[in-house]
Design a protein around this ligand. Structure first.
Ligand code: THG
Length: 369
């Protein structure tokens, strides 16, 4: 497969860490929220094994924040998500589907409650700020909405706890999953959450003070030497094995949160008011016409840059593959696919054409591991 260079420009925003990761050997970029997101540091498989054993520092500044503050901020944030935030607490993160009036997915961010009237929506790759502003204007809400200068770096992997303890002390190891707190470094206060887009454990540092943040970036590498720290990025193999969904890849505006298996984050039985609530109730009553499932394919290689059809033995389309990768754990290709009714039951088999060759596969549950 031929690869192409990214023509950098102001529109494809750099991050404060870009010059550092380029010295450290980044080999591929993706674009996320109009910003450079590192996609590889050499071999994907080597990075996967390293992430599962050691600790990595990730430039995930592309996970931009939409700050919503003001008297009606809680009302607006709730209007945007089907997850019940009425009992949400300051100092906690919440994984929340954002949906439109048709219950179609707009985004699947992590929402941080900073104060009763101040929130950060840590977005996946779509322009949530425009949706939020439109809703605020249309509903006459008293809110301020903007993108603050926050550039997240993630510390991920089993040794992330040891590394962060070396710098911030024992207190940081006591933080609960999806909790956040403030920690001082080099004269600045940093919001640090126990979260991240891997299932290997770790933290996300929401850097507002760039100077101190860059000093912290360097300190993490210095202190991490004895823990075999390396630069890294969200890893396609690890995230598919763990079934961390990727907006724009695994799901988009044509899918609703129930089809995406996000039932845990859908509250239809409380009094909260959110866009698409009636539509979701109707969808639930009628049953799903498609569902996001895992698939295992008897192949050793795949590159998914657009949906690939999955066919049954009579060549009828049963669904489409949306992400896929060779998994060293299963020694096969695994993927995330949208499977149509009535085929979304376990062990349904299918055929798939990868680069002109037909392979067999079967449907399975998510997550794989
Ligand atoms: N961290 C932050 N912002 C983000 C992401 C992140 N924005 C973009 C993108 N990632 C949003 N998508 C996800 C998807 C899954 C999770 C987080 C963000 C996640 N899910 C856990 C799971 O599925 O097990 C836990 C969810 C829960 O139980 O609350 O972590 O990574 N800042």
């Amino acid at each position: 497969m031929k690869n192409y260079f990214i023509a950098k420009s102001r529109r494809l925003r750099s991050t404060p860490y870009t010059s550092r990761i380029e010295k450290q050997g980044v080999t591929a970029y993706s674009i996320y929220n109009h910003m450079l997101l590192p996609a590889a540091f050499g071999s994907l498989e080597d990075s996967y094994h390293h992430l599962k054993e050691h600790v990595q520092i990730w430039d995930v500044a592309g996970e931009r924040q939409v700050e919503i503050s003001g008297k009606d901020s809680a009302k607006l944030v709730q209007l945007m998500t089907c997850r019940d935030l009425s009992k949400s607490k300051i100092g906690r993160c919440y994984y929340c589907p954002i949906i439109d009036d048709n219950a179609g997915m707009i985004n699947d961010p992590v929402i941080l409650k900073l104060q009763e009237d101040r929130w950060w929506i840590s977005i996946a790759d779509s322009d949530v700020i425009l949706f939020a502003k439109g809703l605020a204007i249309g509903n006459n809400l008293n809110v301020k909405i903007f993108e603050p200068n926050v550039d997240i770096m993630a510390v991920q992997g089993p040794k992330s706890f040891k590394l962060m303890e070396k710098i911030f002390g024992e207190k940081i190891t006591k933080m609960k999953f999806f909790g956040f707190d403030y920690f001082n470094f080099d004269g600045a206060k940093h919001l640090i959450a126990r979260s991240g887009w891997s299932k290997q454990g770790g933290y996300e540092i929401y850097v507002e003070n760039t100077k101190s943040g860059l000093a912290l970036y360097d300190k993490l590498f210095e202190e991490g030497k004895e823990l075999n720290v390396k630069p890294g990025c969200p890893n396609l193999i690890e995230r598919i094995e763990s079934a961390l969904l990727s907006y724009g890849n695994d799901m988009d505006n044509d899918d609703n949160p129930l089809e995406c298996g996000l039932d845990k984050y859908v509250s239809l039985d409380t009094e909260i008011n959110f866009l698409g609530k009636d539509k979701l109730k109707q969808i639930k009553k009628n049953g799903l016409i498609k569902k996001l499932m895992g698939v295992i394919i008897e192949a050793k290689e795949i590159n998914v840059s657009k949906s690939i059809e999955l066919l049954d033995k009579d060549n009828l389309k049963i669904g489409e593959l949306r992400s896929g990768v060779y998994s060293p754990h299963f020694k096969k290709v695994i993927g995330i696919a949208m499977i149509n009714k009535p085929y979304y039951n376990l062990s349904q088999t299918f055929k798939i054409s990868i680069n002109g060759t037909i392979f067999e596969g079967k449907v399975c549950d998510l997550p794989f591991i």
